[in-house]
Design a protein. Structure first.
Length: 121
């Protein structure tokens, strides 16, 4: 598992400011399920870019929790969302048609995760 320190999160925010156009392609609401230990955990990722800042929030309806991202980075076509409060990281790439983020969730162990873009409200 990749461990980031707080200064690294600040550096990520600075790096993101240099690439707002790429971040835009990840904007929106995404849903998927993480299969861990025989259980299926529904997840919803909400990504929003305003100006040069991208933020993200992860909802876990099955755990009745909302976790704000510590840092969001897009670099080389890869999305990385860091959740320091729970020691988790979501990484992935946008599918060629823009309908999915295909990647993994890391939190002690690494598990595959695919999120599908939800229709706009």
């Amino acid at each position: 598992m990749l461990r980031w320190k707080i200064p690294a999160a600040i550096a990520l925010a600075a790096a993101l400011a240099a690439s707002p156009a790429l971040a835009q392609s990840y904007d929106g609401d995404w849903a998927g399920a993480l299969e861990a230990g025989g259980q299926k955990l529904r997840l919803e990722l909400h990504v929003k870019t305003t100006g040069k800042e991208t933020t993200a929030v992860l909802d876990s309806p099955d755990q009745n929790s909302t976790i704000p991202a510590t840092a969001v980075k897009t670099e080389g076509g890869q999305l990385s969302v860091l959740f320091l409060s729970i020691g988790g990281e979501l990484t992935g790439k946008l599918s060629s048609d823009g309908s999915q983020i295909v990647g993994q969730w890391s939190q002690g162990a690494t598990m595959p995760l695919t999120l599908t873009k939800k229709a706009a409200k």
